[in-house]
Design a protein around this ligand. Structure first.
Ligand code: GLN
Length: 496
């Protein structure tokens, strides 16, 4: 069985472990070797084979003692934005080079309690700021579908590792699209749940009112299993939703009332915001998304026209609010409490200046400067306050849509993955490409990317599904039905 182990997803691995067909130690050994063999992708920032094997042995012992659990013994990897006790956490930044956390992030802890084995920490854009993983201090990640292209970002290492079958699944975080967009660019499935679903405790903060964790895996079913384990109320996160942790897998499988054989989505109204299909949308993305929508119709869904009139405004709104929060969050990296400290300095002020100048990369500095500017006396009302008002209007627009439809669908990004270096001197081009993921982030709504086909250059295209608050079940249900009828999510890049 060993040669094909990486062909199995989380759910299948769980079943094989439960049936005693393989052990977690075997699996862990196999995936560690794959991660090693494909170091060239740039996805891995840290790993500890001995520690992973010890976790695998512990999981096998729990199984032997009669414990069950879909994730018990399944190896995964974490975006390097989650702090881990056992492995260093850099958040893709020189600022945190060699940093070791004294505790695990809640998401990491919960997944470990469910019995997952941590294979590695995965590359990401510095402090999760970016859309291509090129802002990592540790070099870019390559897209396994075409190694001259980016995997998307900021969870680029997670996306590339899952797409190349180096890990069965990985965690990611999404502030303005960082789960959905790399999932789309790399041909995998990812879900950002409703803000407040997964604890932010132990997630290196970027923009606290937007940051949310979620799983990145091959299928909706695998994402559902992981999300159930990751989520739930956490008193250590002040914005954690105080509601019982749902069984997302059960929600995914629950049949819709009135659904018949071959029409699992009978009665589901899918809203298509006209602003999500602008003339500037790449023709190949448009084509793949429309074909996926036709498939959803065949499965019983009805498509309805809706409008999210402030879609374009979500870009300036996000790029005011996110940097504002980032400038505040990143003030803690002062060379004293955390992070890099300059080797030589004249006095305290000079120490702050040098430490921060040396520790942060150019995109992070840009965000700190923008954030400081929009929060400064005299500009606060014109920028930050206006952005907050518009944020509320964007959320209200969604609520109007949800009177006409159950879920919203559209593209994840305006194009397929671009070439490495293509946007090097044009940060605004990358910001503009976030147009379809930012609205749901600003509203705090759940959003998902589902593999929906391939574009002209053979790169994957994702279909985005957005639901109302805490309607992850509806997204997972629709995505699962789609994946039962299609095989886009089963495609593997050549050579992996
Ligand atoms: N691309 C967006 C940004 O650069 C989103 C990043 C994210 O979701 N972490 O801010």
């Amino acid at each position: 069985m060993s040669a094909a182990l990486h062909e199995l997803g989380v759910a299948d691995l769980g079943r094989a472990l439960a049936a005693g067909e393989l052990s977690s130690v075997e699996l862990t050994t196999h995936f560690l070797a794959r991660l090693d063999a494909h170091r060239g992708l740039g996805a891995v920032l840290a790993s500890d084979a001995e520690a992973a094997l010890a976790q695998a042995r512990a999981a096998d012992a729990r199984r032997a003692a009669g414990e069950a659990g879909a994730l018990l013994g399944v190896p995964i990897a974490h975006k390097d934005i989650f702090v881990t006790e056992g492995l260093p956490t850099s958040a893709g930044s020189k600022m945190l080079e060699g940093y070791r956390s004294p505790f695990d992030a809640t998401v990491v802890r919960r997944l470990a309690e469910a019995g997952t084995v941590t294979l590695a920490k995965l590359n990401c854009d510095e402090f999760a700021m970016g859309s291509s993983n090129e802002n990592s201090a540790w070099g870019p990640v390559r897209n396994p579908w075409d190694t001259s292209r980016v995997p998307g970002g900021s969870s680029g290492g997670s996306a590339a590792a899952v797409a190349a079958r180096l890990v069965p699944a990985a965690t990611g975080t999404d502030t303005g699209g960082s789960i959905r967009q790399p999932a789309s660019f790399s041909g995998i499935t990812g879900i950002k749940p409703t803000y407040g679903t997964c604890s932010r405790y132990g997630m290196v903060a970027f923009a606290s009112s937007l940051d949310q964790a979620g799983p990145m895996a091959r299928s909706a079913a695998d994402c559902a299993l992981l999300l159930s384990a990751m989520s739930g109320f956490d008193p250590l996160d002040a914005t954690s939703a105080e509601r019982p942790a749902p069984d997302f897998h059960a929600q995914m499988l629950a049949p819709r009332p009135g659904a018949g054989a071959g029409r699992p989505l009978q009665g589901l109204r899918i809203g298509l915001p006209r602003e999500f299909f602008p003339a500037a949308l790449a023709a190949d993305v448009d084509g793949a998304v429309r074909a996926a929508l036709a498939e959803l119709e065949k499965l019983g869904a009805t498509l309805v026209d809706v409008s999210l009139p402030r879609t374009e405004l979500s870009i300036p709104v996000y790029y005011i609010i996110a940097p504002a929060e980032a400038s505040s969050n990143l003030s803690r990296f002062d060379g004293v409490r955390y992070g890099h400290r300059a080797a030589q300095y004249k006095d305290l002020l000079d120490m702050y200046k040098k430490s921060r100048s040396e520790g942060f990369g150019p995109e992070v500095k840009r965000r700190i400067m923008i954030g400081t500017y929009v929060l400064s006396h005299g500009y606060y009302d014109a920028y930050y306050l206006q952005a907050q008002k518009l944020r509320r209007m964007i959320a209200d627009d969604f609520q109007r849509c949800f009177t006409q439809c159950d879920v919203i669908a559209g593209p994840v990004a305006p194009s397929v993955a671009w070439k490495l270096g293509a946007q090097e001197n044009d940060p605004v081009a990358a910001y503009l490409a976030d147009i379809f993921t930012l609205p749901a982030s600003l509203a705090g709504l759940p959003g998902m990317s589902v593999p929906a086909g391939f574009g002209e250059v053979g790169m994957p295209v994702g279909l985005q599904l957005i639901g109302n608050y805490f309607q992850e079940g509806a997204l997972l249900h629709a995505a699962h039905a789609f994946q039962q009828a299609t095989d886009w999510h089963r495609r593997v890049p050549a050579g992996y």
